[in-house]
Ligand binder design. Structure first.
Ligand SMILES: [Zn+2]
Length: 281
């Protein structure tokens, strides 16, 4: 009896010490979104021009994929979710917002780095991502700007938007915990962020504007499960960082030089830290 009582006391003390801390632990997730890597999107006619019938339909696909991710994150234990509309022409449709998150949209969103991102976040999700410029099986592959075919290197490592966003998050010690997109974007994510980062593919690229699409119902189930899993995987995920200062190189096709072969321009510069990564591009 005595032992039992003492055991109960110890349990009560441990619970009092551990559980309040556990219960009050905030799991804040930042979702950076893009449009090219969502279900059913495979041609630039869906992503480049705003508010066309094709674009509006793509934005609906985006919102339905996004809802699955938000639900999965919340069910997985996320206490706060901020979604930031990252696609150039913006993609959030207000009447389709799933509960359990806040949604930042419209342009411009001033400031350096990524709007609203700081060290208070526990993890970053890169939603609707695409592979870097030049990836043969990357659906709608590009880096920042698709028409001049921009390419970027940081400390000699060719990097796409996945690495760029992860570097900015890494500046704040925030790891990338989930990447959704096509198979090529998922492969790129694993290469840069390691196997702990959860990936969910919603299609497989055949070429830049051709893809094997996965059915919406199956993709959204996988997105929900992936998001749940990603919250649990946060302790294993590491922020993506590079040695500072970062030596940057960029190549692009000069829009002013004509056909048949536009002139290739190379720029090189030094970036003090990853927060300023996209400032002088
Ligand atoms: Zn993009």
């Amino acid at each position: 009896m005595r032992t039992h009582t003492r055991f109960q006391t110890v349990l009560a003390v441990v619970a009092a010490l551990v559980f309040p801390a556990f219960l009050s632990a905030q799991v804040k997730i930042y979702i950076m979104t893009d449009l090219e890597g969502v279900s059913g999107v495979y041609k630039f006619a869906q992503t480049r021009e705003k508010d066309t019938p094709l674009n509006l339909q793509a934005c609906e696909y985006f919102m339905q994929d996004l809802a699955a991710v938000v639900r999965g994150l919340r069910d997985g234990g996320a206490t706060e979710v901020l979604v930031v509309d990252g696609h150039g022409s913006q993609a959030i449709i207000p009447h389709m917002m799933a509960p359990g998150a806040k949604y930042a949209t419209g342009r411009p969103k001033p400031g350096i780095g990524l709007w609203g991102l700081d060290a208070s976040f526990t993890g970053m999700v890169q939603f609707g991502a695409h592979a870097m410029m030049g990836t043969p099986d990357g659906v709608l592959n590009h880096t920042q700007s698709s028409i001049p075919e921009n390419r970027y290197w940081y400390n000699g490592i060719e990097s796409g938007e996945l690495a760029q966003c992860a570097l900015i998050a890494g500046h704040f010690g925030v790891p990338t915990v989930l990447v959704t997109g096509d198979e090529a974007a998922c492969r790129e994510a694993t290469k840069f962020f390691g196997p702990a980062c959860v990936t969910v593919a919603v299609k497989r690229g055949i070429s830049r504007e051709a893809a094997v699409l996965y059915p919406f119902e199956e993709s959204r189930k996988a997105l929900y499960e992936g998001a749940r899993k990603a919250v649990a995987a946060i302790p294993q995920c590491k922020p993506y960082v590079l040695k500072l200062p970062i030596e940057a190189k960029m190549q692009y096709l000069d829009p002013k030089s004509g056909l048949p072969q536009p002139r290739l321009i190379t720029r090189e510069w030094t970036i003090p830290d990853a927060l300023h990564l996209l400032e002088s591009r």
